[in-house]
Design a protein around this ligand. Structure first.
Ligand SMILES: NC(=O)c1ccc[n+]([C@@H]2O[C@H](COP(=O)([O-])OP(=O)(O)OC[C@H]3O[C@@H](n4cnc5c(N)ncnc54)[C@H](OP(=O)(O)O)[C@@H]3O)[C@@H](O)[C@H]2O)c1
Length: 316
């Protein structure tokens, strides 16, 4: 009988706080046709990990292994997966939401979830980028088509999504207004924000006008209030899937666009992100790294909601 190969993974049997996470040994997956098996070197943490750990979300009841961000090395390729060969260094996002499982030593996924990792980008930085960058890329280029000279407002500009969205908007030639608490304004200027706004002191809806695109990472009344800072024809892209019913109605009344979106695995988006990273125009800030075994501590740090940049799990 063949010996079953196992691997370490961070799993949970019940929903709850970070303490429900535990390291387990599970069977190592094998790549199916058109899939690759990737040895994970680094994997980013995202608020969607904390939400699924606590409430199940799209995944329902555990057990499950969370995580969507991957940077690693191709270990094996499935039948027909001709894009890569064993040994290739790749990064990408597992299909969201049902392709989860990156918080482990190995994952399988469709080969096209991945692109080659630029040589100058280390695994920690590459593992931080995929989910937040694809989100920002899809919001700012597909939904909003940001163009040179346009005014873009990014809420929570120092966060995981926000700090890459700023850099993508700048790479497209936009003027960027970004919100964060005052202590983070130097950081915002450093990543290219033209106009930092302290959301604790200033109401953006009073202070900002004539905006072409708003990236709404916050939801609640921020979604509807963001519509009011737009120029006619402008767009608010909200990343919060459920929210007030009046978002679309108010947009229609004002002659602007209201979009809600979920990030989607996207090979061409990942290629664009790899190129921006290679050109030095997209650089993630790493707030802190944790060994895979300390995933619970990493979740606890992340769900404070105060992270500047990204938290990353490193898989030795
Ligand atoms: N729809 C999708 O597909 C999708 C994809 C990715 C993310 N998301 C969602 O987008 C949200 C942001 O994700 P993330 O990864 O960027 O989170 P994050 O990294 O945890 O965000 C942390 C940042 O949020 C800032 N912040 C908190 N409250 C704020 C406020 N009221 N105004 C301005 N900034 C504020 C904090 O700055 P201060 O310390 O200065 O407050 C901190 O730097 C999450 O809800 C996430 O689930 C959705």
């Amino acid at each position: 009988m063949d010996r079953v190969e196992t691997m370490r993974a961070i799993s949970q049997d019940v929903l709850g706080g970070p303490e429900v996470l535990r390291e387990v040994r599970v069977e190592r997956p094998a790549p199916r046709p058109n899939e690759v098996l990737v040895r994970v070197r680094a994997t980013g943490l995202n608020p969607t990990d904390f939400k699924h750990r606590a409430r199940g979300g799209f995944l329902g009841e555990p057990p499950f292994v969370l995580g969507w961000d991957v940077s690693g090395t191709v270990e094996a390729v499935g039948v027909g997966a001709a894009l890569f060969a064993p040994g290739d260094e790749v990064f990408g996002m597992l299909p969201y939401p049902f392709g989860h499982g990156a918080h482990a030593e190995y994952v399988t996924a469709p080969a096209r979830a991945f692109v080659r990792k630029p040589a100058g980008l280390d695994h920690v930085r590459a593992g931080a980028l995929p989910l937040v960058s694809l989100t920002a890329w899809q919001a700012l280029t597909e939904q909003a088509d940001v163009r040179p000279g346009q005014r873009v407002l990014i809420h929570a500009a120092a966060g995981g999504v926000g700090h890459v969205a700023v850099q993508i908007a700048k790479a497209r030639g936009a003027y960027v207004i970004g919100t964060a608490s005052a202590g983070k304004h130097e950081f915002l200027r450093g990543i290219g924000v033209d106009e930092p706004l302290d959301y604790r002191e200033t109401d953006f809806a009073q202070a900002v006008r004539e905006v072409d695109v708003v990236l709404d990472t916050l939801g609640g009344d921020v979604s509807v209030r963001s519509l009011r800072v737009l120029r006619p024809g402008g767009t608010v892209v909200s990343l919060v899937p459920a929210g007030p019913d009046d978002f679309r109605q108010e947009a229609e009344r004002l002659g602007v666009r209201a979009v809600r979106m979920l990030v989607d695995a996207d090979h061409s988006g990942m290629r664009a992100i790899a190129q921006l990273a290679e050109e030095g125009r997209l650089r993630p800030t790493i707030a802190r790294t944790f060994p895979l075994a300390d995933a619970a501590e990493a979740h606890a740090a992340g769900e404070t909601g105060r992270t500047t940049g990204k938290l990353v799990l490193v898989v030795d």
